[in-house]
Design a protein around this ligand. Structure first.
Ligand code: CA
Length: 237
């Protein structure tokens, strides 16, 4: 069964927008609302629930990423994923966009094949996060590790509920939902940060260290959030 995902395209270049709208017919994004200004984007977000927003940065009335903090205040269950489309393709711009909470970043010019591939990957991640939200029905108190996506809390049997930052929660929930499975750094960067440009980054180790300090009795000798030298990372119950 085909599942439709309402989407918002924020793009002021008419020719590019038309090409994107045609390319989107190859994906499950539908219906697609197209706007050309930041102001129209904000009003569309207030009136509709979107699964994905394709967001240009240089808009006639401002910087597209200004709407990301607004989106981040929406409850997780209705928060759209954001793919930034930008002519500014430096690593600094990508990091900025992702730090603001964008889920992925595509530099112009891009091929429509790459755009549809990214969207399909985002839809797979969306399905995973919706499952996480549904599986976090309040059970009081949980008997084992649990996730509450709405409040971004993780329950550990020894530490209780701990509220995490958005990225910490995304990383922790991705590891916990894949418990027992070894995940490579590249996989985590792609699935948690939507990022495949800086495979050498220490980002994963940095955030894993933060999770260990919050959940492990002895962060130096972790029992749950494990690093397997040369292989990747793994969560164990
Ligand atoms: Ca533009």
């Amino acid at each position: 069964m085909k599942v439709n995902h309402p989407a918002l395209l924020v793009e002021d270049e008419e020719a590019l927008a038309s090409a994107i709208l045609i390319a989107l017919k190859q994906t499950d994004l539908s219906p697609v609302v197209h706007v050309t200004t930041l102001k129209a984007a904000e009003s569309a977000i207030q009136k509709n629930v979107f699964d994905i927003i394709l967001l240009d940065r240089n808009l006639p009335d401002g910087e597209g990423t200004e709407i990301i903090p607004v989106l981040n205040r929406l409850p997780l269950s209705v928060r759209p994923m954001v793919l930034v489309l930008s002519a500014r393709g430096t690593t600094q711009d990508k990091v900025e966009g992702l730090d603001l909470g964008a889920d992925d970043y595509l530099s112009k010019p891009f091929t429509l094949e790459e755009l549809t591939a990214r969207i399909k990957a985002m839809l797979r991640r969306l399905a995973t996060s919706k499952t996480a939200i549904q599986s976090s029905e309040p059970t009081n108190p949980p008997l084992d590790w649990s996730l509450d996506a709405n409040s971004r809390k993780v329950f550990s049997p020894t530490r209780g509920w701990i509220a995490l930052t958005p990225i910490e929660f995304k990383l922790a929930s991705h590891l916990i939902l894949n418990a027992g499975k070894v995940l490579t750094r590249e996989e985590l960067l792609k699935n948690v940060w939507g990022f495949r440009f800086l495979a050498k980054t220490r980002t994963v180790d940095f955030f894993l260290g933060k999770l260990r300090r919050q959940f492990e009795d002895n962060p130096i000798q972790p029992k749950h959030f494990l690093t397997l030298r040369g292989a990747g990372y793994k969560f164990e119950y």
